[in-house]
Design a binder for this molecule. Structure first.
Ligand SMILES: [Zn+2]
Ligand SMILES: [Zn+2]
Length: 272
């Protein structure tokens, strides 16, 4: 398998994606994909804005089983989950898991989404008294906690930068920012099977740079970690968005191989 035949961070209309699982599967076959990993947003009790409901989670499992019967011999659809830190789903019950932090808990005790929209990030920023670096530090503590759960893939490592394109919340070159991000990355080494190079923030026009930033990718290489290219696809036409550019991005950081998931949901490597 090569890195263009496997895409494992994909959302459907059972969470906040646009297309049905069947539409995603049909598009995957058309694009020559052999392993389609669906990773619906895990049910998370305090936030129903983008996650699968309990009912949709059951429908998701049933539909993936049906698609595997329909596409037997042509495509494997893995029943994965984008598992959030605050989800009540058990990560062990899925073919694989993309582990993600989406929230910071402010000094007030309120949990704020860092990526939902500008308002939620602004409320986090205000909760931290306007200290955006403290907000970013709290985010990276959350990422390190997610890594402790040993997810298959660690999701969008530096998501906290998604809405910070103009630097209004924090300076991404500040030593405090870099130290917090590097500490979380070092904490994740040896605990996750792959770190994703996620093209989703670029696909949706938020940033010009993939997750994670080059300084993090280079450090991950030094730490002996593996990378996997993902699109965080919310549409069927975005299943492989930016994969070739992401491969170049990985090569520039010194990677010669990328991880893929095989039809059993296990990590393999392929040449880049
Ligand atoms: Zn996410
Ligand atoms: Zn996602």
């Amino acid at each position: 398998m090569n890195f263009l035949e496997c895409t494992v961070h994909c959302h459907t209309d059972l969470c906040d994606g646009k297309n049905t699982p069947a539409e995603m599967a049909a598009a995957a076959v058309e694009k020559g994909i052999r392993v389609l990993g669906l990773s619906g947003h895990s049910h998370t009790p305090h936030d129903d804005s983008y996650c699968m409901t309990v009912e949709n989670t059951a429908a998701y499992r049933a539909e993936i089983a049906r698609l595997n019967r329909e596409y037997a011999g042509k495509l494997t659809v893995l029943c994965g989950l984008e598992w959030d830190q605050w989800s009540d789903e058990d990560p062990a019950h899925w073919d694989y898991v993309v582990g993600s932090a989406h929230y910071v808990t402010g000094p007030s005790g309120v949990r704020h989404s860092v990526d939902h929209n500008m308002e939620t990030l602004q409320s986090a920023f205000e909760d931290f008294g306007g200290d955006g670096l403290a907000m970013a530090e709290a985010y990276y503590d959350a990422v390190a906690e997610v890594a402790e759960k040993r997810p298959t893939v660690l999701g969008h490592f530096d998501l906290v930068k998604k809405l910070n394109g103009d630097g209004r919340f924090f300076d991404e070159s500040h030593p405090r920012y870099r130290a917090a991000a590097l500490a979380a990355l070092e904490a994740a080494a040896g605990k996750v099977q792959a770190l994703e190079i996620n093209t989703g923030g670029v696909a949706r026009g938020y940033r010009e740079e993939f997750y994670p930033a080059p300084f993090l990718l280079k450090r991950w290489k030094e730490l002996g970690g593996r990378v996997i290219i993902t699109a965080d696809a919310h549409t069927a036409d975005g299943l492989l968005f930016g994969f070739e550019d992401a491969a170049d991005y990985a090569r520039a950081a010194g990677f010669t191989e990328a991880a893929v998931l095989n039809a059993a949901g296990k990590v393999e490597t392929c040449a880049l």
